[in-house]
Design a protein around this ligand. Sequence first.
Ligand SMILES: Cc1ncc(COP(=O)(O)O)c(C=O)c1O
Length: 418
Amino acid sequence: MNYFPSNYFRYIDGKLHCEKVNLQELAEEFGTPLFVYSKNFFIDKYKELDEAFKSINHRIYYASKANFNLSVIKIFHELGSGIDVNSAGEFYRALKAGVKPQDMLLAGVGKTDEEIILGLKNGIKVIKAESLEEVYVINSIAAELDVMAPVAIRINPDVDAKTHPYISTGLAENKFGIDTIYAYDMFIECSKLSNINLTGIDMHIGSQITTIEPFVEAVIKMAELYKKIKSGGVPLKHFDVGGGIGVLYNNETAFTPTELAEKLIPIFMQLDAEIIFEPGRFLTANGGVLLTDVLYTKTNSLGKNFVVVDSAMTELLRPSLYKSYHHVQPLEQIDNIDFNTDIVGPVCETGDYIAKEREITMVGRGDKLAIMSAGAYGMVMASNYNGRRRPAEILVDGSEYKIIRSRETFEHLIFDEV
Ligand SMILES: Cc1ncc(COP(=O)(O)O)c(C=O)c1O
């Protein structure tokens, strides 16, 4: 069954292409496993979201955790995006991609002193604090550095994002942010600290959210709070909606940025605030595929089929971690009978799989497959488990392509060891 959640990946004359580049040829030139991204998909998605909110004061801060390749960060930054970073490492990556700290937001439920110092010394736009204790720590570090710390506080609006429990972050039981009931008092308390400049309110209720209602519910709650805090005398400037917009992995019904804008803009219009968005998955997921090679096929005594491929949880962790669905598409369009199979990787874990009980076209050794929707939370979660070398990444732009990260060598595996 063919399923293409993005127009940038489709068959041309029976060969799967990314934009105008034949993926079979890329797999042969660079080997597999191989991540391939469509630059024009990234650009289109960014513009789609940006356009939808053009009537209000807003800015997108691309959540680089979704895909932190330097070239990918640079594409979004050149379009005008700021960058959301979740650690000193992501901060370093964004800097190396040419982003100024004034265009970065520093997030994270457990920032270290090193990360806070890095942000403050470099003049980061805002640090998003997640507890009262953290604000006190930021205040004392800022006092030592003799600077004012720009701080937003992340609120946990206690809204069910109706997504996988591991990527739901806005329920009271989750570790993120401050409970709404404590928020007002906390803002007033923190506004009195000598080295804290409270600049905004922040939320992020989860990822892969495919219905609008949780966003609307959370934004209504947060907007009330924002107004109350401002009338309490704290001159907040920005309202951060977080990320979370869901994408199509398998025929889900998702909403468009325009539909989201229709619901949210009337609420935002009541606030005198810069609206911040932190999308990651929406901008990148369906702009990438992971190419893989079929190594072996076998059928066990129970009649169960296995297709063993050269990609594993070490390249794409999402199926093993969240039981996520990724569509699998052969690179050569073959009108062959479908068969039911597990598609599994070479790693020594039963939990290492790409697809379970999937109907796919009959394939055999040497056939190449594309694992779709792999542009977000793919390469960033790759690991060296089982001594595997992380794959290369290719960026396609029309009929051009370039390598934006080389495949790891054996030397990479041991370079920092004695
Ligand atoms: C604080 C924050 N902002 C933004 C994002 C990006 O989310 P998404 O990729 O679903 O847009 C995340 C993801 O976990 C996050 O934790």
